[in-house]
Design a protein around this ligand. Structure first.
Ligand SMILES: Nc1ncnc2c1ncn2[C@@H]1O[C@H](COP(=O)(O)OP(=O)(O)O)[C@@H](O)[C@H]1O
Ligand SMILES: [Mg+2]
Length: 268
């Protein structure tokens, strides 16, 4: 059986999650958020990025990491799951090379010492990227507050970027979390793509995967947008499945009929 990738001229699978920073789809919206988060970190502040699932938050954090020079920043990425204060502390400790053992107060002290020594001994600024931060348990907000509070706020040591789905905004609005929200110097958001942006996105993902001709007809592009509503992850899933369907049908180009089948196969 011919591999569906070679049928459409791809040298690699298109629409996968493995996307190098250099191959990102560029939009003013992404550039503006990236610049705002970079500026927050550069000012030694903390910030939040709140947007629906699949709109590019994690990809943007990767781009931010790429923009922060290693000579000046030490960036730690932690994906939040439903963890207690103590367990999240351990995760952060593992990410930043501190010993992940001991009681909660001991762990907090270890992290604070580690961040301070990163700054004073190594001369680089520690940055903590907390992804999926909508999953932060309420009590864990106090940890974020403690970690960003050095010597009673007289020194800005650690920058925290909280990235999460829309419910993170509700968490940040709660009066109980005001101490954390007040520390944020920027609240960024991302939206879904418009129809023309979605078409350009499809073309971009095909071209970075090596396609010399664009394998979706206009009806297929419209159908992708109507089903995925400009959500990047849904667009990826649908486009990849439609290519498979078109290949199995022996077609050289994906049309709206293939899209309808792909949709049923993905989301019955
Ligand atoms: N700037 C971008 N350029 C190209 N593809 C992107 C970009 N941002 C996101 N994607 C694609 O969309 C998918 C979902 O993005 P992701 O960052 O994981 O969303 P989120 O973290 O908001 O749920 C990724 O797997 C990636 O393939
Ligand atoms: Mg994500």
């Amino acid at each position: 059986m011919t591999d569906w990738r070679s049928r459409f001229g791809f040298h690699t699978a298109p629409f996968t999650r493995e996307l190098s920073v250099a191959h990102r789809f560029s939009l003013p919206m992404f550039d503006e958020v990236l610049m705002a988060l970079f500026r927050a970190v550069d000012q030694r502040g903390s910030a939040a990025l709140v947007a629906p699932a699949g709109t590019g938050k994690t990809a943007l954090l990767r781009a931010l990491l790429d923009q922060l020079p290693e000579a000046r920043y030490r960036v730690h990425y932690v994906k939040v799951t439903d963890l207690s204060n103590c367990d999240l502390c351990r995760e952060i400790a593992v990410a930043c090379g501190a010993q992940p053992a001991g009681s909660y107060p001991m762990l907090v002290r270890r992290l604070q010492e580690r961040f301070l020594s990163t700054m004073s001994d190594d001369g680089v600024r520690p940055v903590l990227l907390l992804d999926e931060a909508q999953g932060l348990r309420p009590e864990v907000f106090s940890l974020v507050k403690i970690l960003t509070n050095f010597e009673m706020d007289s020194r800005l040591v650690l920058s925290v970027i909280l990235a999460g789905q829309m419910s993170l905004r509700d968490l940040l609005r709660q009066p109980a979390h005001e101490a954390v929200t007040r520390r944020l110097v920027h609240l960024a958001s991302l939206r879904t793509l418009s129809r023309p942006e979605s078409h350009r996105y499809l073309a971009h993902r095909c071209s970075i995967a090596g396609a010399t001709t664009f394998p979706f007809d206009t009806g297929a592009c419209d159908a992708v947008f109507e089903v995925a509503c400009g959500n990047l992850r849904a667009t990826d899933q649908l486009a990849a499945k439609a290519l498979e369907v078109a290949h199995d049908a022996g077609a050289a180009i994906v049309d709206s009929g293939h899209l309808a089948i792909a949709r049923r196969l993905l989301w019955p």
